[in-house]
Ligand binder design. Structure first.
Ligand SMILES: [Zn+2]
Length: 419
C-alpha cells in the first residue's frame, strides 16, 4: 500500500463512535422538549448549541471564524494554499423535530477534524468545518439562509422583510444572535475559494434501511415548488343553500387534496403533498365560498411536466364544480445533480472500505444544494431508522454514523490531499 493510503487507513481506524455519541448526546440536550427538538433558526437554544460546537472546534485546534449571517467555520491550521475543502451541515431544527437532522453531519465533521489534529495530518488544501446558519424554514418560512448568503443568493432587503410568527424581523433575529444583517454581502465566498464540499446527513427516508445498506451516495437533490392554490366559489346559507346551488370551495379543495395524494402514489420520482387547507368564511352556517390549499411539489427530473399535470387536475376539478382558481408559486428551487467527481471519490473509497455504497436521490433540500451552485458538492447519507425524520423519533444507528464518519474523513483527506 502507498504510504498515504496506509496513513488514511490508520486515521479512519481512530474514528471513535463513543466520542461521537457523547458529543451528540451533549448537544441533543439543548432545545429538547417533551414534544421534540425545538432548536429553531436564530433562537436562544440554537445559539447555545452553536457556542458548544465552537468550543469543540477550539478543542480540536481549529481556527474559528463567524460571518455576518452567523455561519461558523472551523478551519485546519498549517495547510497549503489550495482551495478549501468544506464539510458540515446545520444544527437548527424544525418545530418538534429530531436530534439527528443536520446535527449528525456537524458532529461527524468534528470527529474528522479531531482525528486530523490529533494525528497531526497536514493537507495541501485546508479543510473547513461549517455550521450553516438557519437551514430549516420553520421559523421564517425561508430556509438555507446561511448557505444562500455564502453563494450570494440572499439580499439585505430579504432579511428585513422576512418575519417569524411573533413578527420578529429576520434581520433583528440575526443581530440578537450576534450577527450583522447589514454586512450580508461580506458572507459571500468566491467560487475560487471553495474547492469542494461533502455533507454527511441522515437519509430522512426508508430506502437504505429497506435494502440493508449502511451508506448512500447522493446522486441528485429534488426540485422544490411551494404553491398556494386559491379556490373561489360562492358563500351561501348552509340551510337555504340547496345542493344544486352550491359552489363549495372547500369541497373542491378536498378533492384537490385527494388528487395530489393520487399523484404522489402514482409517480415514484415525485413527492406531492397538500400541507394545509383553509376555508372562508369558516363558519358552520355558511357554505365556504373560498378555500386555500398549500402544496409542496418535489420532482426528480422535469418539474414543469408535473406542475402542468397538477394544474390540469385542478382545472378539471374546478370546472366540474363551477369553481375558479388561481395558483401562486411562493417558492422554487431547482433540482441539483451532485458532482460526478465527488460522487466518484466517495464511491471509490466506500468500495475500498467494503461498504457497498448505494446511489440515492435526496427528496429533502440541503445546504449542499445551494453550495453546489459555486463548487462541486457531494453528500453521504446514513440510514434513518424506519425512515422517520422531522420527528422526535428520528434515529440512526451509531454504527452507521461511525462508518459514515470514516468515509467522510477518508474522502476529505483525498480531496484535500495529504502533504
Ligand atoms: Zn437537514
Amino acid at each position: 500500500l502507498a504510504p498515504t493510503k496506509q496513513l488514511v487507513l490508520e486515521a479512519i481506524k481512530t474514528v471513535d463512535s463513543g466520542r461521537i455519541a457523547s458529543k451528540f448526546h451533549a448537544i441533543s440536550k439543548i432545545g429538547s422538549t417533551e414534544s421534540g427538538l425545538n432548536r429553531l433558526a436564530y433562537s436562544e437554544s440554537n445559539k447555545e448549541a452553536l457556542d458548544l460546537v465552537t468550543s469543540w472546534m477550539r478543542e480540536a485546534d481549529l481556527e474559528v471564524g463567524i460571518d455576518p449571517i452567523c455561519n461558523v467555520f472551523g478551519t485546519t491550521r498549517g495547510a497549503g494554499k489550495g482551495k478549501s475543502v468544506l464539510t458540515g451541515s446545520h444544527i437548527d431544527s424544525v418545530i418538534d423535530g429530531g436530534r439527528f437532522d443536520g446535527t449528525i453531519g456537524v458532529v461527524a465533521g468534528l470527529e474528522c477534524m479531531r482525528v486530523i489534529s490529533e494525528l497531526g495530518l497536514r493537507t495541501k488544501s485546508q479543510i473547513e468545518l461549517v455550521v450553516f446558519a438557519g437551514e430549516e424554514s420553520s421559523r421564517f418560512a425561508f430556509g438555507t439562509i446561511g448557505s444562500k448568503a455564502i453563494v450570494g443568493d440572499l439580499r439585505r432587503e430579504q432579511l428585513y422583510r422576512l418575519k417569524d410568527h411573533d413578527g420578529l424581523v429576520l434581520a433583528d433575529a440575526v443581530r440578537r444572535f450576534g450577527g450583522d444583517p447589514d454586512r450580508i454581502a461580506d458572507c459571500r465566498r468566491k467560487a475560487s475559494e471553495i474547492g469542494s464540499m461533502i455533507e454527511l446527513h441522515i437519509e430522512q427516508g426508508p430506502v437504505l434501511e429497506r435494502i440493508g445498506k449502511s451508506i448512500g451516495v447522493v446522486n441528485d437533490i429534488v426540485s422544490i415548488d411551494r404553491l398556494v392554490l386559491k379556490i373561489q366559489g360562492e358563500t351561501i346559507h348552509s340551510g337555504g343553500g340547496l345542493a344544486s346551488m352550491r359552489r363549495d370551495a372547500l369541497a373542491g379543495a378536498a378533492e384537490v387534496v385527494l388528487f395530489v395524494e393520487r399523484m404522489n402514489k402514482r409517480y415514484p420520482n415525485i413527492r406531492a403533498t397538500a400541507g394545509n387547507i383553509q376555508a372562508s368564511p369558516g363558519t358552520l352556517n355558511a357554505v365556504p365560498g373560498s378555500a386555500t390549499v398549500g402544496l409542496d411539489l418535489r420532482v426528480l427530473g422535469d418539474r414543469r411536466k408535473y406542475l402542468a399535470f397538477l394544474r390540469l387536475g385542478v382545472r378539471r376539478i374546478c370546472q366540474k364544480r363551477k369553481l375558479t382558481f388561481e395558483f401562486a408559486n411562493v417558492f422554487h428551487q431547482d433540482a441539483q445533480r451532485m458532482s460526478r467527481r465527488i460522487i466518484g471519490v466517495i464511491s471509490k473509497i466506500a468500495r475500498e472500505m467494503k461498504l457497498d455504497p448505494y446511489r440515492i436521490s435526496s427528496f429533502g433540500g440541503h445546504d449542499s444544494l445551494v453550495i453546489a451552485k459555486v463548487a462541486p458538492v457531494g453528500m453521504i447519507f446514513v440510514p434513518s431508522i424506519r425512515g422517520i425524520s422531522h420527528n422526535w423519533n428520528e434515529s440512526t444507528d451509531m454504527k452507521h454514523v461511525r462508518l459514515g464518519t470514516q468515509l467522510l474523513l477518508a474522502s476529505l483527506l483525498d480531496l484535500a490531499g495529504l502533504s
